[in-house]
Design a protein around this ligand. Structure first.
Ligand code: GTP
Ligand code: MG
Length: 149
């Protein structure tokens, strides 16, 4: 099954939105196969956002992401990457549809409370970066009620 790396950023953690955000993915039918609180180092975050190095907002982004703990987790299920991104909403919260996480809980791009992998390959890369110990495989008892087969 497809997996995506999702992260509640420091603002989402400080605003006590962990339960609500994780709950949306669980409610949709995704299985949580890894999860932890991490106060990431700037070195680690620079690896995570390596593709954005050189952007004018990069230093601010790293400072924001290192400003407190994040809640890192992995969702597993059908179309996890694309649907995970759709559930987050647009990068700019003001352009995010109401009903998406960003569209419901935040206002500005630089404090957009959550991250989601943008492609299957980046998901694999990000899962390996944040969960070098691997994810947990376990039987999903609701599987037959969420999928046709
Ligand atoms: P992530 O899920 O966090 O990767 O967001 P994204 O994929 O929607 O956007 P992108 O990867 O392009 O940018 C990563 C993060 O950098 C965004 O989520 C924002 O927090 C921040 N960011 C991107 N563009 C800007 C910008 O123009 N200004 C500021 N202040 N922050 C930005
Ligand atoms: Mg991105």
């Amino acid at each position: 099954a497809e997996r995506s790396f999702i992260m509640i950023k420091p603002d989402g953690v400080q605003r006590n939105l962990i339960g609500k955000i994780v709950g949306r993915f669980e409610d949709r039918g995704y299985k949580i196969v890894a999860m932890k609180m991490v106060h990431a180092t700037t070195e680690h975050l620079e690896k995570h956002y390596a593709d954005l190095k050189g952007k004018p907002f990069f230093p601010g982004l790293i400072k924001y992401m290192a400003s407190g703990p994040v809640c890192a987790f992995v969702i597993q299920g059908l179309d996890a990457v694309k649907t995970g991104r759709a559930m987050l909403g647009a990068t700019n919260p003001l352009a995010s549809a109401v009903g998406t996480i960003r569209g419901d809980y935040c206002l500005v791009t630089g404090r957009n409370i959550c991250h989601g992998s943008d492609a299957v390959e980046s998901a694999e890369h990000e899962i390996a970066l944040w969960f070098p110990e691997g994810v947990i495989e376990y039987e999903d008892t609701e599987h037959a009620w969420i999928y046709e087969n």
